[in-house]
Structure formats: structure tokens, C-alpha cells
Design a protein around this ligand. Structure first.
Ligand code: SF4
Length: 410
């Protein structure tokens, strides 16, 4: 059967879609790259915000309307969220994520196709090490939808990690809903990373998003010392004022966060820091918003992902007084300008420095890839092959697709 998988949301969903694709390939199905070719479409939904719900719903309707012959499976987070009703259109069916693997194993089995080693997905793969979160940030539905925390056993992670390395995957991104809470007996996420770094092979490890209170000294020391651990930390700040952080029920103060930034800056190798900010959180004051703008202008971050707050029913924040949408839009515009300016400034400051990119694409004589610090770089493709580490010297900033990066030379 020809199957197309559409994925919304976070790295966990992407990882789960990848696992679904692997299962389908091992059952002899064909995972196709175009929805037009598909007999079955799996929509792996996200419910992190109401905007996410809307996007998933729109896509389900679009597929149903334009591909009436394809059967649609709706899975992922939306069906798990009691606050998110789903219209089951004709030709579509809801399958809870815990039941998806069993459901797929009942699909009519075709001739086995040897496709599990396609080049797609061999450059960077995610490895899920834990799931669930019990932090209950005021704006987030995830703890309600993904109950409790589960850390996958180190033995299983190590086995899967070695498998990816043996398949030629060059960058493995450790991911989880709240990655830094991984634990086995008295071992935490930095101990796990240390164990994985001891595996033989040509790879690098990148870490997914880590909560500020969970970045420990050992992790920073590993990043400073170990060339196979990518020097990039994505640490979501969300609000740049203590009053805001308290209302969001975050587990740190702005001072704690800035103290962490000082430790990051003192690491042996330069570590690039990126973050998330929510703009327009209920009752966000002018001063709280200006705090975010000022922080961006300090140049602390290589990049900031700013999200306009959107109401998520079932969360504490949903019952609070909301800002006018026009004010949120205006603040978003200002913050996006500040982010772009800060990113270009940070990139300009890197000119002349060296880094290693993993080549991901080659098109029209140009190769692109990301550095260990997660800077996108474009170089001349002569003599360059995909899925290889290449040392580069940074040149001037340039727009690569929709993302600001750097020109590089080998
Ligand atoms: S840490 Fe907060 S924002 Fe992140 S998943 Fe947990 S509750 Fe949601």
C-alpha cells in the first residue's frame, strides 16, 4: 500500500512519524513523498495550541476534499485531548497513538519492498529518550494529554543509537517532551549523553530543547570538551520578566536564566544559545514585553523563536484576561524585527571563524548544512558530497531559503 505521512508539531511527533514510517517499510508498504500518490494518509496531529489544532483540522479537510479516494487516519495528540473535538469525515478514521502500530499491522500486506535504506532521513534522525511532562506550565496542555513522565531504558536507547550509527546516520538528535527529566536510577540526562558519546563511529549528537532548570554543569562540561557533542543549547525562556514567569508557572527566575547564560558563555568551546518566547501572554504588560525586546537586543541568543500566545482550552492561562489580538500582532511585528536584527548581528560577528557543517543538501552548485552550533551555512558544492562533515570558514551573512545563515568556504 502507498502511504503518505503528514506530521504536525514537535520533534516527538516527528520521531513517532519516523517510527511509523519504519514500521510500514518493514511491513512492505511504500511510504510516498507526495499525497497525490497515496492510498492511505496518516495525519499525525498536534494539539499544543488552538492554532495547531486548526492547522491539523484544515489539513484533514484539505486531504479529504482533494484526495477523496485516499483513506485518512487521524492520530497523534488531538485524539488524546478531550478538549479538542474532531470531525470524522467520510473516509477518515481516528486511531489512538497507542493503537496505531497494531492497526497498521492489520493493513493488507503487499510484496516486500527493500526500501528501508533510502537516503532520505539518513543524515539527521531523532531519538526519543523520554516522553511526558509533569511541569504544568500555565499555558500548556501537554501534561494533561501526555500524562506523567516515562524515561526509556538506557539499554534500549543505546541499542537504537548504535543501530542509527551503523545505518550511517551522522547526526542524532536526542529528544523528548521534557528531555532533561530523563532519569534511570541515579543517572540523569548528562550521564546518558556521556555514555552515548563513547559509542564508536562517525556521528555527532545534538540535544533537543532543555528546560533551564535541567541544564547541569556536567552537560556544559561535556559540550565544552567533546567534539562529537553539538555546541547548541535550545533553552526556552518563554517570558523575560519574573512576574510573567511566575504567572506562567515556570520553574526559574530571570536571574536563574541569566546565571545559566553566564555559565554557557564560560564553556571551553563557544556554545550557541537559542530560545523560545511567548508574546502576548494573558495580561502581558508593556514593561514585560519591553523586557523581552531588551533581552533580544543584548545579543544573548543566536536565534529566538517567538510565538504569539494562543488560547489553549483546559489550561490555567485560558481563564485569564486575554490581550487584544491587534496588540499581540503589533508586539509580534516588533519582536520579529528585533530577532532578525539580532541574528544578523550575531552572524556578522562570526565571520572569519571556523566550524564543521554536516552537508544536507546539494542544489545548483551549492551545498548547505548546519554547524555544531546550529548555524546554517552555504558553500560551493565542488568536490562536496552529502552526509559528510566538512570544515568551513565563515563569510558574510546571507538568506538561505527563509533562514539567515552564513556563506562559507572550505
Ligand atoms: S515544560 Fe511546560 S511547556 Fe514544556 S511540555 Fe512541560 S508543561 Fe509544557
Amino acid at each position: 500500500m502507498k502511504i503518505f505521512i503528514l506530521t504536525f508539531g514537535c520533534k516527538v511527533n516527528q520521531h513517532e512519524s519516523q517510527q511509523t514510517a519504519n514500521q510500514l517499510l518493514s511491513l512492505g508498504h511504500q511510504v510516498v513523498g507526495q499525497v497525490d500518490e497515496a492510498e492511505l494518509v496518516i495525519v499525525n496531529t498536534c494539539t499544543v495550541t488552538q492554532v495547531a489544532d486548526k492547522k491539523s483540522r484544515q489539513m484533514i479537510r484539505h486531504v479529504a476534499r482533494h484526495h477523496p479516494l485516499a483513506k485518512i487516519i487521524i492520530t497523534g495528540c488531538m485524539p488524546e485531548n478531550p478538549m479538542t473535538p474532531i470531525d470524522v469525515l467520510s473516509g477518515s478514521e481516528i486511531v489512538l497513538k497507542g493503537e496505531l502500530a497494531a492497526y497498521l499491522s492489520t493493513l493488507p500486506s503487499p510484496q516486500l519492498l527493500a526500501t528501508s535504506s533510502t537516503s532520505q532521513g539518513r543524515i539527521r534522525r531523532t531519538l526519543l529518550i523520554q516522553t511526558g511532562c509533569d511541569y504544568y506550565c500555565s499555558y500548556c496542555i501537554i501534561p494533561t494529554v501526555r500524562h506523567g513522565r516515562v524515561s526509556f531504558p538506557q539499554n534500549k536507547i543505546l541499542h537504537d543509537f548504535k543501530l542509527l550509527v551503523s545505518e550511517g546516520v551522522k547526526e542524532i538528535v536526542l529528544t523528548g517532551i521534557n528531555l532533561g527529566t530523563w532519569q534511570e536510577d541515579d543517572r540523569n540526562v548528562s550521564d546518558l549523553v556521556e555514555t552515548l558519546l563513547d559509542v564508536n563511529g562517525d556521528f555527532r549528537i545534538r540535544l533537543g530543547s532543555l528546560e533551564p532548570n535541567l541544564v547541569n554543569e556536567k552537560l556544559l562540561a561535556l559540550m565544552g570538551d567533546h567534539p562529537r557533542l553539538a555546541t547548541h543549547l535550545h533553552v526556552p525562556l518563554q517570558g523575560a520578566a519574573n512576574t510573567l514567569l511566575k504567572r506562567m508557572n515556570r520553574r526559574y527566575s530571570l536571574e536563574d536564566y541569566l546565571a545559566l547564560c553566564d555559565k554557557v558563555a564560560a564553556a571551553k568551546r563557544p556554545i550557541q544559545l537559542t530560545t523560545d518566547l511567548i508574546i502576548g501572554y494573558p495580561e502581558e504588560t508593556d514593561a514585560e514585553f519591553e523586557g523581552a525586546l531588551n533581552l533580544i537586543e543584548t545579543g544573548l541568543f543566536l536565534d529566538v523563536h517567538a510565538f504569539a500566545y494562543s488560547v489553549r482550552q483546559g489550561t490555567v492561562a485560558a481563564s485569564k484576561p486575554q490581550l487584544a489580538p491587534s496588540l499581540v500582532r503589533e508586539r509580534m511585528k516588533r519582536i520579529l524585527v528585533a530577532i532578525e536584527d539580532a541574528k544578523k548581528k550575531a552572524l556578522r560577528a562570526m565571520q572569519g571563524k571556523r566550524a564543521t557543517i554536516l552537508v544536507e543538501t546539494i542544489q545548483e552548485g551549492q551545498a548547505t548544512g548546519y554547524t555544531e552550533g546550529y548555524v546554517k551555512v552555504m558553500i560551493e558544492a565542488t568536490g562536496i558530497t552529502k552526509n559528510r562533515f566538512v570544515e568551513v570558514v565563515f563569510g558574510a551573512p546571507l538568506l538561505i531559503g527563509k533562514e539567515w545563515g552564513l556563506k562559507g568556504t572550505v
